[in-house]
Design a protein around this ligand. Structure first.
Ligand SMILES: *Cc1c(COP(=O)(O)O)cnc(C)c1O
Length: 364
């Protein structure tokens, strides 16, 4: 046992945290980072200038606590989402990870059970563990798909209090049909389950892919979570949000820390939302690169999953570790998500994507 681990174990750490490793993809210093699904395009200069001006103005008032209700930001997010949503339907926090944690604090906890369908976002079980919520893993089909019937059955059998659906799913990239969300919601009626649809990558979906936002009216246990980390290229600012019935946001007010969204964060997010058009223009370019990766991987005889996100999950690799290592040696970092025969790559700029594809061609 390492000295550090021994010292940690002498502390009165909660039993369910003993032996755990902190979450995190390796943060290596590599020229081409295609490992954590960040927006590879950076902020347009105009948007950056708008954020700097907004933050400068906010800095003048930093002696005061920020607007605890982040009213302007909720109004702007409601306008951005559309679907007839109002500020009372919106909640935000420091990344959608914090939003998800607050949902578990309010609706999970000891004696409660959360369900998700791996392979999916690896934070769900960690957030459950951190809030003392029991975690149950449902199963997917052999091609990682999830049908409405199978998902509903898992909800009924687990009597879950909280269900996480990730659409488009990370790490597979594929969006769920709304029939799955509807079936899970209906199956959750018996256990009064809160159903969260994590739409972190919604903006990258193929045209015509419906959002679970359209299912919100009349479904007070349904929550749709979004983030500014991906499409809005703001991973470093830490802004995530959700849309739900107003009573859900009232529940979250019971667990949030006072003034949890700093004035700097609110100003940054507002300035970015005012330039949503400029930011989302890059999304189209990223989608082109994503489609190009899917096409070229198929041509190489690999099997990419259909992607509605800014990344591609692909199988058919005999030795994924060697491919990952070979790419790293060429300065391209992608993600080994621990699924046999598979790797995941984020769509880069055109030049980054070309570098990835050229090196991969040599490796397979
Ligand atoms: C990246 C990602 C998020 C975003 O997390 P933030 O805390 O908003 O940066 C949420 N859900 C999934 C599935 C993701 O991949």
């Amino acid at each position: 046992m390492s000295d550090q681990l021994e010292r940690l174990n002498r502390l009165p750490l909660r039993d369910n945290l003993r032996g755990l490793q902190p979450y995190g993809a390796p943060q290596l210093h590599v020229p081409i980072l295609l490992n954590v699904n960040e927006n590879t395009h950076g902020l347009p200069e105009k948007v950056r200038a708008a954020i700097v001006a907004a933050v400068d103005e906010a800095a003048a008032g930093l002696n005061r606590y920020p607007d605890r209700e982040f009213t302007q930001l909720r109004e702007a997010l409601a306008r951005y989402l559309g679907h007839g949503l109002e500020a009372s339907n919106i909640w935000a926090a420091n990344g959608s990870n914090e939003v998800l944690q607050q949902i578990l604090q309010a609706f999970g906890g000891p004696g409660r059970r959360a369900l998700s369908f791996p392979p999916t976002y690896s934070m769900y079980p960690l957030l459950a563990s951190g809030t003392g919520t029991e975690y149950v893993a449902g199963t997917r089909g052999p091609d990682f798909t999830l049908t409405a019937a199978a998902a509903a059955d898992a909800v009924k059998r687990s009597s879950a209090n909280i269900v996480f659906l990730c659409s488009p799913n990370n790490p597979t990239g594929t969006a769920l049909g709304l029939d799955v969300v509807e079936a899970v919601y209906d199956a959750g009626a018996a256990s009064n389950a809160v159903v969260i649809v994590d739409e972190a990558y919604a903006e990258f979906a193929h045209t015509g892919t419906p959002s679970a936002l359209s299912l919100l009216p009349g479904r007070e246990r349904l929550i749709v979570s979004r983030t500014m980390s991906k499409a809005f290229a703001l991973a470093g600012a830490r802004v995530g949000y959700l849309a739900a019935a107003p009573e859900v946001t009232d529940a979250l007010r019971l667990v949030r820390l006072p003034y949890h969204l700093s004035a700097i964060t609110q100003a940054t997010a507002l300035a970015a939302l005012e330039h949503a058009g400029d930011l989302l223009a890059n999304v189209e370019d990223i989608k082109d690169q994503r489609d190009r990766i899917v096409e070229e991987l198929s041509a190489l005889g690999l099997s990419p999953a259909p992607s509605d996100s800014n990344f591609v999950f692909f199988g058919g690799l005999k030795d994924p570790r060697a491919v990952w290592q070979g790419l790293l040696e060429a300065g391209v970092l992608i993600r080994d998500v621990g699924i046999p025969g598979h790797l995941r790559v984020t769509a880069g700029t055109e030049a980054e994507t070309t570098a990835f594809l050229e090196r991969l061609r040599e490796l397979v």
